[in-house]
Write a protein that binds this ligand. Structure first.
Ligand SMILES: Cc1cc2nc3c(=O)[nH]c(=O)nc-3n(C[C@H](O)[C@H](O)[C@H](O)COP(=O)(O)O)c2cc1C
Length: 354
């Protein structure tokens, strides 16, 4: 029995059992149905969430072909995340998302992008907790599926209100909360303070999931152990290392975590391309690969050139050739590769770059 085997390995969001208790963070532009299914296929992942969708874009007519809310049954249990500011409008969107088949409804109260906060959505709600309270109560009354809230620690360091936000959510009938402990003002700078997550956990009795800077299997299990949270959410770490969920599962069970070889990385990328082509029009698939290249290849030697060549490629067939050419010397052994996960700083650089 190792030190991690006695840690809790599941939690409930309402009646939905999440097992293992390690989940994928919603990431706009990244966690579409293809990405979610690709990661689920690698194992160790307990729950996935759609990209954030503006409640105002959800109407019965738009819903039938809403790109951000597309999913396949094998993704279940699936959480759908919406953002908004007007309680009645968000409640109406919530009803439609429930009818579409979401297992869990997640409300975004963390996005720091000015485009989102400008409309009073995302982390802007942290500046008006009475409104957040009304919004959560309206949503809770509108749907029967479990509701979760994902939020930041506060607008800025002088207005930290994560414990109060957690308590408001619990009192409004929210079934579980996810805290990313940076403030809106911090954006992605500095580091995620997991003490704040531990404090939020002490402040409520609903499940608390922590999100921020988990990029290794050890870090995930250590944070689970030290903070006593119910679950861990991994975002950027999963873009750079999609096997992280499997590695966490193996480490927890006393096994040697899987270390991907260049051939594994190549296979995964080719499968990703193939799945994109199956699921969306060719030009979307090409753009998606370009868009993701910034983060997906962090940690690979010569990643900058690889990213550039993928940007230049005009079709997914050309992108496939770029990938095959890039990996060939690593796979035939003529070039050494240490495909290690890079620290968060490198991922942040890649995010700025992309
Ligand atoms: C590219 C990108 C897009 C994101 N989009 C969303 C989103 O749509 N909804 C949301 O709640 N959080 C979003 N986030 C925040 C993540 O879910 C997560 O809380 C944050 O990145 C911290 O976790 P990490 O260090 O594991 O990435 C996004 C983060 C990134 C990097």
């Amino acid at each position: 029995m190792n030190e991690y085997q006695s840690l809790p390995d599941h939690y409930y969001i309402g009646h939905i059992r999440v097992q293992p208790n390690i989940v994928l963070a919603p990431m706009a532009g990244v966690t579409d149905s293809v990405f979610r299914r690709l990661l689920l296929s690698l194992g160790g992942l307990g729950l996935v969430t759609t990209e954030m969708t503006n409640a105002a874009s959800i109407s019965p007519k738009a819903l039938a072909r809403h790109r951000l809310l597309e999913f396949l049954p094998e993704e279940r249990p699936l959480a759908m995340q919406i953002s908004g500011n007007e309680p009645e409008l968000v409640a109406s969107a919530a009803r439609q998302v429930e009818a579409l088949g979401a297992d869990i409804l997640d409300i975004n109260c963390g996005c720091p992008s000015p485009k989102v906060t400008g409309g009073g959505h995302g982390s802007a709600l942290l500046k008006d907790l009475p409104k957040l309270d009304r919004l959560l109560r309206a949503v809770r009354a509108a749907v029967t599926i479990p509701v979760t809230l994902k939020f930041r620690a506060g607008w800025d360091e002088s207005s930290l209100n994560y414990e109060q936000t957690a308590q408001i959510a619990e009192a409004a009938g929210v079934n579980a909360i996810v805290l990313h402990p940076r403030t809106k003002a911090q954006g992605y700078s500095g580091s995620a303070d997991w003490e704040r997550i531990a404090a939020a956990k002490r402040a409520v009795s609903i499940p608390v999931i922590g999100s921020g800077d988990v990029v290794t299997a050890e870090a995930a299990l250590e944070r689970l152990r030290i903070t006593g949270v119910d679950g861990i959410m991994v975002g950027r770490g999963a873009m750079a290392n999609p096997w992280i969920f499997r590695q966490i599962d193996e480490l927890r069970h006393g096994l040697q975590p899987f270390q991907p070889m260049p051939a594994d990385k190549q296979l995964l990328l080719l499968r990703y391309l193939e799945m994109l082509v199956e699921f969306m029009p060719e030009h979307h698939a090409t753009n998606k690969t370009k868009q993701l290249a910034g983060q997906f290849f962090v940690g690979l030697p010569g990643a900058a050139a690889l990213r550039k060549n993928l940007q230049i490629a005009k079709t997914t067939a050309e992108q496939r050739d770029v990938i095959l050419r890039y990996f060939a010397p690593f796979i035939d052994g003529s070039q050494e590769a240490t495909l290690e996960d890079e620290p968060v700083q490198a991922m942040e650089d890649a995010l700025v770059e992309s």
